[in-house]
Write a protein that binds this ligand. Structure first.
Ligand SMILES: [Fe+2]
Length: 370
């Protein structure tokens, strides 16, 4: 067999190529929009792409599945319950796809999304037991996928993660994410084993009630451009441009540098509404990062823009996206609201704050915490 993991550093996602070296048949799981990396490998290895599988409808990155399947004449596969506007081959719980001698067994593991599947990889020539599992956003390394993306369910996530943790110890786990906004506690490793997570995953090993409480009470901010990206992946719109595809150089302003440009700048607070209501820069406008692409027309193109969040990571990525989208004068307030408050500066706050769980920050190794 042949197996390769692709890591997308911009969004913290992983995609996979599995193939039979005997027959040259290949499957690609959760491809991103940059198809060149898959095309090159398929060509170099003389593989024939038979299946392109999305483990679920993604909300944090634009899927390359449709384009890749069309380009190679492969079958585009999703779980049978996936609500999308384009044709696909429906996959069923327990079904097995063949790749030469290999078997890809579908396991329905809803919770992060209702249509989410995991994929067991079995190489019968070595063992009748699975040796690997691709888990999408169900079981992550040190974490589990968040259940608040359109139809997710923490109770189902508990059951799905439990189902995966009953696999044998030795099964290698390859998740859909290694960092990013889909979980707060991912440790950064790109793979793990069932046995290690059963013993040491701080959330997956919880009992049902604390597990559900933990997921309900700890909600990371929604991903950058989530609204546009999810709609694109359902086939409702084509906003592929909403995907962050480059690490643009944008200024990260200190408080003093901010003071020098604040007058005349348009201040965009990209935090969630509940965070904005609890305290924001005077004169700033709230456009959560999840809605940035959808509401980009609300931003002036003839003024400088300064993006703001709690401590500089979301605002930096938002500023990078706006630069990619053609805004020429965009910068990010590096210390964020937390640094602003530490400096003893005043914020405006709404008297009545919206209900809802608090928002927790997500670790991004390349952009600093927060
Ligand atoms: Fe996801």
């Amino acid at each position: 067999m042949y197996f390769k993991q692709f890591l997308n550093e911009l969004v913290g996602c992983a995609s996979y190529l599995v193939a039979s070296r005997q027959t040259g048949e290949a499957a690609i799981v959760d491809p991103g929009v940059d198809l060149s990396q898959y095309d090159a490998l398929l060509r170099d290895r003389h593989f024939t792409l038979r299946y392109v599988i999305d483990t679920h409808i993604h909300a944090d990155h634009v899927s390359g599945a449709r384009a890749l399947a069309a380009e190679h004449g492969a079958e585009l596969c999703l779980f049978e319950g996936a609500r999308v506007s384009y044709p696909f081959r429906p996959l069923y719980d327990g079904e097995e796809l063949s790749l030469g001698q290999l078997r890809l067994r579908i396991v329905h593991t809803p919770g992060h999304r209702p249509e989410l599947i995991s994929i067991l990889i079995i190489n019968p020539e070595r063992s009748p037991e699975p040796s690997m599992v691709l888990t999408g956003d169900s079981l992550l390394v040190g974490d589990v996928g968040r259940p608040d993306f359109g139809g997710g369910d923490a109770q189902q996530q508990y059951d799905s993660v439990g189902r995966l943790l009953r696999l044998p110890d030795w099964v290698a786990v390859f998740p859909g994410h290694f960092e990013g906004p889909c979980g707060k506690h991912m440790c950064g490793r790109p793979s793990t084993t069932v046995g290690f997570e059963r013993l040491f995953n701080p959330i997956a090993r919880m009992d049902r009630e604390p597990f559900v409480d933990k997921l309900a009470g700890e909600v990371p901010a929604r991903p950058l451009n989530m609204i546009a990206i999810e709609a694109t992946n359902r086939g409702a719109v084509d906003a592929t441009w909403a995907m962050l595809t480059q690490m643009s150089e944008v200024p990260q302003l200190s408080l003093d540098e901010f003071d020098a440009v604040a007058e005349g700048s348009f201040l965009v607070d990209v935090r969630e509404p509940v965070e904005f209501a609890s305290g924001h820069l005077p004169g700033s406008v709230n456009i959560p990062q999840a809605e940035l692409a959808t509401r980009v027309d609300e931003l002036p193109r003839d003024r400088s823009l300064v993006t703001v969040c709690l401590s500089g990571a979301r605002s930096f990525r938002s500023a990078q996206f706006l630069a990619q989208a053609g805004f020429s004068q965009v910068s990010s307030l590096e210390p964020g609201i937390s640094g602003w408050l530490v400096a003893g500066r005043a914020v405006d706050a709404d008297e009545v704050q919206p209900d809802g769980p608090g928002v927790v920050e997500t670790e991004w190794a390349h952009a600093g915490a927060g």
